[in-house]
Design a protein around this ligand. Structure first.
Ligand code: GNR
Ligand code: NI
Length: 167
């Protein structure tokens, strides 16, 4: 297994649109294992392949308290959504920046699992937020891009300042 490097905003590769997985192979499963290890180590509750510079529609999520319920979504599609809610989000690619995003309150997602079998999942609360956040990564969208340009500029300035202090 391996811990992968997570791209940091404003890296332009985060804006890449991922392509569909045509066949779930051992290579796909190896990537999924590395993505899960990277997510747990970070630690985070989700990770999209885009964030580790692999531009395929693959997501790993674990919102469980004990961090023992890995959810794998390959080629995820939202087939139903209901309501609206604002949730304070963060992102491993935008460390130290937190803020609200309005999304569907509950969703039904259809995807393939790591065996390549199709399944449907109804989600609400944090899981629904996380699935939508990860699916945005797959189309090249980072959560701060929902904000006004002023709020985005402030977040970027804060990130740059933090990066300077590390170097
Ligand atoms: O670890 C994460 N926490 C989180 C908190 C609120 C809303 C979304 C998230 S996802 C994030 C991990 C990440 O960046 N996934 O892309
Ligand atoms: Ni993220």
């Amino acid at each position: 297994m391996a811990i992968l490097k997570i791209l940091q905003y404003p890296d332009e590769r985060l804006h890449t649109v991922a392509t569909r997985v045509t066949k779930v192979t051992d290579k796909t499963r190896l990537l999924i294992r590395d993505m899960a290890e990277t997510m747990y180590a970070a630690p985070g509750i989700g990770l999209a392949a885009t964030q580790v510079d692999v531009h395929e529609r693959i997501v790993v999520i674990d919102t469980s308290e004990k961090r023992d319920q890995l959810l794998v979504l390959i080629n995820p599609e939202i087939i139903a959504n209901n309501g609206e809610s604002d949730y304070e989000e963060g992102c491993l690619s935008v460390p130290g920046i937190y803020g609200k995003v309005r999304r569907a309150e509950s969703i039904t997602v259809k995807a393939l699992n790591a065996d390549g079998n199709s399944f449907e999942l109804a989600a609400e609360g944090l899981l629904a937020v996380c699935i939508q956040h990860e699916m945005d990564h797959l189309v090249g969208k980072v959560f701060v891009e929902y904000w006004s340009s002023l709020k985005q500029a402030r977040a970027l300035a804060k990130l740059k300042k933090k990066q300077r202090s590390i170097m």
